[in-house]
Ligand binder design. Structure first.
Ligand code: GUN
Length: 290
């Protein structure tokens, strides 16, 4: 069984990006710059944004982190986005989700200039993705595609099942896997909380992407022998024996899945690292111009 190691695949992506930024610096040019907006102090969001900023540094990108209190008014965020939209030294804008309830996420996302929308969440970019046009692919599905590419996983003609229909992962993942691209051309089923006979649907899958956020949801009996398992889950589960008081759990029962799968992503160390690789590639693309 093949472990789809995110450390290896993301290091390859980052090495190429570092070469590009070093060449830019050698030519006396500025390098790509990512602006991240973080609202409140959600522990997981803090960790993700800190990791995104750190990875920018490691790859020779510039980055700025703008922090706002949980109570920040929507207009204040919109003003910051308007400022960044105009800033010629800012290539990519990322607003870490989720946002507090009093802020309308769709309004914030739609305020970002689509040419700087490195998360690929703006409706213009989602529309471009659906139509197979050049766009920013949301970072997690993009990272999964990069992972499949790195490990030469054949997808053409395969049955893929995506569990979860979020705008961030499930929906764009299902579009990509069905698209006419190298890591696409699958027959895709997208499953959600109303899906009937989920076990039977999963047993027909050659590739399963579990992106519902329920730890250990996908068990061995739901997996066809030889299937490729992509685990997007990153739920914090309390664990008094762990240093931080919690452990990160995937959506897949890893031990059971290992007994059935031909390839699997670990958690942590799998898709999470690829999300960052996808984001960095999008930021370079924003710098170069869509
Ligand atoms: N929250 C969870 N995943 C993501 C992501 O990929 N981008 C942003 N901006 N927020 C997230």
């Amino acid at each position: 069984m093949l472990i789809l190691d995110g450390k290896i695949a993301s290091a390859a992506v980052k090495a190429t990006l570092l070469e590009q930024t070093q060449a830019l610096k050698a030519a006396g040019k500025r390098t790509p710059h990512l602006a991240a907006i973080l609202v409140g102090s959600n522990g997981a969001s803090e960790t993700y944004v800190a990791s995104k900023v750190k990875n920018c540094e490691e790859t020779g990108f510039g980055s700025s982190l703008y922090r706002f209190d949980t109570e920040v008014e929507e207009v204040v965020l919109l003003a910051k986005i308007a400022e960044l939209n105009q800033d010629p030294n800012c290539d990519g804008i990322l607003v870490q989700l989720p946002l507090p309830k009093h802020i309308k996420e769709s309004k914030v996302i739609e305020a970002i200039n689509p040419a700087k929308d490195v998360d690929g969440f703006h409706p213009v970019n989602v529309g471009r993705l659906v139509q197979g046009l050049n766009t920013f692919i949301p970072a997690t599905p993009y990272g999964i595609i990069l992972m499949l590419e790195h490990f030469n996983i054949e997808t053409k003609g395969k049955n893929a099942v995506v569990i979860g229909r979020s705008n961030i992962v499930g929906r764009p993942m299902s579009i990509l896997l069905s698209s006419n691209i190298a890591q696409g051309n699958c027959t895709v089923t997208i499953c959600h909380s109303h899906t009937k006979n989920l076990k039977e649907v999963c047993l027909g899958a050659d590739i399963i992407v579990a992106a519902l956020g329920v730890p250990n949801f996908l068990t061995g009996e739901m997996i066809k022998p030889g299937a490729v398992i992509i685990d997007v889950g990153i739920t914090r589960v309390e664990d008094a024996t762990a240093k931080k008081g919690f452990r990160i759990k995937g959506d897949v029962n890893y031990e059971e899945a290992c007994a059935k799968a031909s390839a699997i992503t670990p958690v942590p160390g799998g898709v999470g690292l690829m999300t960052i690789a996808g984001l960095l590639k999008n930021t370079m693309k924003a710098y170069q111009g869509l």
